[in-house]
Write a protein that binds this ligand. Structure first.
Ligand SMILES: Cc1cc2nc3c(=O)[nH]c(=O)nc-3n(C[C@H](O)[C@H](O)[C@H](O)COP(=O)(O)OP(=O)(O)OC[C@H]3O[C@@H](n4cnc5c(N)ncnc54)[C@H](O)[C@@H]3O)c2cc1C
Length: 471
């Protein structure tokens, strides 16, 4: 008899889970609350007609480097990665920019006195990405498949970003590393912040930091197209509020965070498990702005035009201080701003001659503070005249983001803090399993956490399949 599964949520992890189940011959139905599939990987006309903006994810090192996505024929379903000449640029106050080149030899040359140190740190993992990625993009196993490689990573990566950066002699390289590590939402003096810095830099060399042609919707549409080919079905505008909203199924996978799981399926879960879920901690939120621009951003450093991603925050100490403030529940007057300028490399994003930009900064969870002026001051600092290029802007507070994707609790884009505890037990020691053997959680609140890679959905669905096989 054929087995049936429901998946709640058509984000990258929900779609990945549905594909794994459908590949195994399970009949899958996905229920998505919003009118468009994709969750954090959607592209919408958020400002003016003809300007396509990524609602959530914009740049995809983990998407391009995902072992699961790489195993799928997503190209046949329209997914095209576009690489800017350099993955990342980090402008400084002297009017120059530190550029992270994809090629490790070019990076070595470009980083001057720190070139060798950078290369010796990143190369062992970048050149073995195919072995390294499956190890880091899963729950931390007791016995890794590549123990020496992982032991080496652990030695380098457990310390804080501050401690790792101390091996660089130039302030420029330290600044570059701070921007990479700040993706963690951790203080740069906290353990694991160094690992994040490395986990952003390594795929920059191994696979690049591409944008998806036409926007991140292209990733979701390709996943959905392949799922349809396997016989899976997706229903949009179908918010699931209780278990009785779902048809009968052998297993249900939830691409939602712990808080939502309890609200929807609480009656099926043991009180002990619900207590564990209640301890799950959400992280800081983000404040985001999308721009329609009349011209490319007028960067002081011309090198910034070579990269789709720009980190705006100045020196290591400045970025560390901005992130420390957020960790302490405060806002920073000089926030660290992550900016993407995809239309420079993908003309489909804006009408001819016009451009888009996507930018966000970290703020405390549920913050109501308007960060627009502070963010634009940071952009103007490195691109004087930026404001004059703005045709239209769309601002998203943490609450605005959550209203468009219920998983973005208080503006948290990672499904919960990734500190040491929530790295190991995410969201509980059971990872994807719950106290009900029919119910699984597969969102970024499970290992390996945030980013568009589908690996949470992949592992959750494999666990569900092994249980289905046994039942
Ligand atoms: C502003 C922003 C910037 C980001 N930048 C990047 C980036 O550059 N690169 C990157 O890799 N990642 C980035 N991310 C993170 C990335 O988008 C997420 O990590 C990823 O989308 C998580 O996938 P998911 O499937 O776990 O959850 P989501 O993508 O959030 O999907 C969850 C889905 O479940 C649906 N849902 C929730 N509740 C219900 C319900 N009750 N019933 C039915 N459906 C429901 C939601 O509507 C949503 O579609 C960013 C995110 C944001 C918001």
């Amino acid at each position: 008899m054929s087995r049936k599964a429901c998946v709640v949520g058509a984000g990258p992890n929900g779609l990945a889970a549905a594909i794994v189940l459908a590949q195994a011959g399970v009949q899958v139905e996905v229920f998505e609350a919003e009118s468009t599939i994709g969750g954090g990987a959607r592209t919408l006309e958020l400002t003016l007609p003809g300007f396509l903006h990524d609602f959530g994810s914009a740049v995809h090192p983990m998407g391009a480097g995902s072992p699961f996505f790489s195993s799928l024929p997503l190209h046949d379903y329209g997914l095209e990665w576009i690489h800017s000449p350099a993955p990342l640029a980090h402008p400084l106050d002297d009017g120059t920019a530190v550029v992270l080149e994809k090629d490790l030899h070019a990076a070595d040359a470009g980083l001057g006195v720190d070139g060798r140190a950078w290369r010796s740190l990143m190369q062992p993992f970048a050149e073995r990405w195919k072995e390294f990625a499956p190890e880091v993009l899963r729950p931390m196993p007791a016995l890794p498949t590549h123990p020496l490689l992982m032991a080496r990573f652990g030695l380098h990566a457990l310390p804080s970003a501050q401690s790792l950066a101390s091996r660089f002699r130039s302030e420029r390289t330290r600044s570059l590393f701070a921007g990479l590590a700040a993706h963690s939402f951790l203080g740069l003096d906290e353990p694991l912040s160094g690992a994040f810095g490395m986990l952003m830099a390594i795929p920059a060399h191994a696979v690049g930091w591409p944008v998806a042609q036409g926007g991140s919707q292209g990733i979701s549409n390709a996943l959905c197209g392949y799922l349809a080919k396997l016989g899976g079905k997706v229903k949009v505008s179908s918010r699931i509020e209780r278990m009785s909203d779902l048809p009968q199924a052998d297993v249900v996978l939830f691409d939602v965070t712990p808080k939502q799981l309890v609200a929807i399926a609480g009656e099926c879960l043991s009180s002990g498990y619900k207590q564990s879920l209640a301890k799950h901690r959400y992280g800081p939120g983000v404040f985001k702005v999308d721009y329609a621009l009349i011209a490319p951003i007028p960067w002081k450093a011309a090198d910034c035009l070579r990269s789709a991603t720009i980190h705006l925050g100045g020196t290591f100490e400045e970025i560390a201080s901005a992130e420390r403030a957020v960790r302490n529940g405060q806002i920073s007057d000089r926030p660290f701003v992550l900016l993407a300028q995809p239309s420079l490399f993908d003309s489909s994003r804006a009408p001819e001659g016009k451009h888009t930009a996507w930018a966000y900064c970290h703020v405390p969870n549920r913050s109501k503070v308007d960060m627009l002026e502070r963010m634009e001051n940071q952009i103007e600092r490195f691109a004087p005249g930026f404001r004059k290029c703005v045709l239209a802007r769309r601002v998203f507070s943490p609450a605005d983001l959550e209203s468009m994707d219920a998983n973005l609790i208080g503006g948290d884009i990672s499904g919960g803090v990734i500190d040491l505890k929530q790295f190991l037990f995410r969201p509980t020691w059971r990872h994807y399993a719950t106290s009900d053997p029919r119910i699984y959680i597969c969102s970024s609140s499970t290992p390996p956490g945030g980013s568009v890679h589908g690996m949470c959905g992949f592992h959750a669905a494999n666990m569900a399949l092994s249980r289905l096989g046994r039942s």
